[in-house]
Design a protein around this ligand. Structure first.
Ligand code: SF4
Ligand code: SF4
Length: 317
């Protein structure tokens, strides 16, 4: 390793340790990312070195369109693998409307200055209105205009959550809401749909990108194959009941509480996601285990084409 690179790596690790992320934990994260993306595990230490070196200098801009800020909340609430520390403390976050201390002209100045310099990672949270620009304005200008300007100088755009990926819940309304890919040309976009974003997918994708200088393999909907290869149904813990023809019909029946939720509106059979194999909240739970039918939030059809969400499919026309 060249001397300059070694210094960057050491600085990266030092900064990580100051934030309470040990080398061992960081290596573990990179190993998990390697597993998810199907890379040879022997590559994990190298990936950790490159990612550590890049973490300390890679600028990140986080823009918010039409959304509920749930994706930011999801990220800030995660405990492990320390998504918040890694993303918000260790990357150079230049602009984030919800958490940055600056406001007004000062905040907008940060955004403009960062765009001017270019070569940053751009994260989009929330959808983009196209029916009328006035549905979402930033600094007196249409969000669509601002977003396109920022994307034109970004290395890569990461659309976090269903709204930023495909329009999500706002797409069901009047605003003509769409996702990042629908309004950009010639810009690399990764979609990480779910409502809200699953923090480990965002961290894993960023680590992969920072450690390899390339994007992971994406499917036809722009999602990393590693996280969206199989359906929820494939590894759902209620699957045995599905095979036995045991379907929950009354919410409050204690005898059937673990039975399959298909007739309660579960969309898991056609939803590509790893929610049932890598559970949410640091492995604590996922919708099916918590008793809620999957609403298909990682699919492009969410929410409009999949509603009503909790209806018996036999009764939906
Ligand atoms: S609850 Fe949904 S995902 Fe789970 S087995 Fe039933 S239909 Fe499949
Ligand atoms: S289980 Fe279904 S509804 Fe729940 S987060 Fe995963 S994809 Fe979305």
């Amino acid at each position: 390793m060249k001397k300059e690179q070694k210094i960057l790596v050491e600085n990266g690790y030092e900064r990580l340790e100051k934030k309470g992320v040990s080398r061992r934990d960081f290596l573990k994260l990179c190993t998990l990312s390697c597993i998810a993306f199907g890379l040879d595990l022997s590559f994990a230490p190298k990936m950790a070195e490159i990612a550590a070196a890049n973490l300390t200098k890679k600028p990140l801009i986080w823009m918010q369109g039409q959304g509920c800020t749930g994706c930011s909340s999801s990220l800030l609430s995660s405990v492990n693998p320390g998504s918040e520390e890694i993303l918000l403390d260790l990357l150079s976050v230049r602009f984030h409307p919800t958490i940055m201390a600056a406001a007004g002209d000062q905040a907008v100045g940060c955004l403009e200055e960062s765009i001017e310099k270019g070569n940053y990672l751009l994260v989009l949270e929330g959808s983009i209105p196209t029916a009328d620009p006035r549905f979402c304005m930033v600094e007196g200008r249409p969000f669509l205009e601002q977003f396109r300007k920022a994307a034109s100088k970004a290395e890569v755009v990461i659309a976090v959550g269903s709204c930023a990926s495909y329009g999500g819940i706002p797409r069901a309304g009047l605003t003509g809401a769409v996702g990042a890919r629908d309004v950009l040309n010639g810009v690399r976009v990764v979609n990480l749909p779910s409502c809200p974003v699953k923090p480990d997918r965002l961290v894993g994708t960023l680590l992969y990108y920072l450690g390899n200088n390339e994007l992971p393999r994406l499917d036809q909907h722009g999602r990393p194959v590693a996280y969206y290869r199989y359906t929820l149904h494939d590894s759902c813990y209620r699957r045995l009941h599905y095979e036995r023809g045991e379907f929950l019909s009354h919410w409050n029946d204690p005898e059937t509480t673990d039975w399959c939720l298909y007739y309660k509106g579960c969309k898991g059979k056609n939803t590509f996601t790893n929610c049932s194999s890598y559970w949410w909240n640091d492995g604590v739970n996922y919708c099916g285990f918590a008793g809620s039918p999957c609403s298909g939030c990682s699919q492009p059809e969410f929410y409009e084409e999949l509603s009503p969400l909790f209806a018996n499919p036999k009764e939906v026309k």
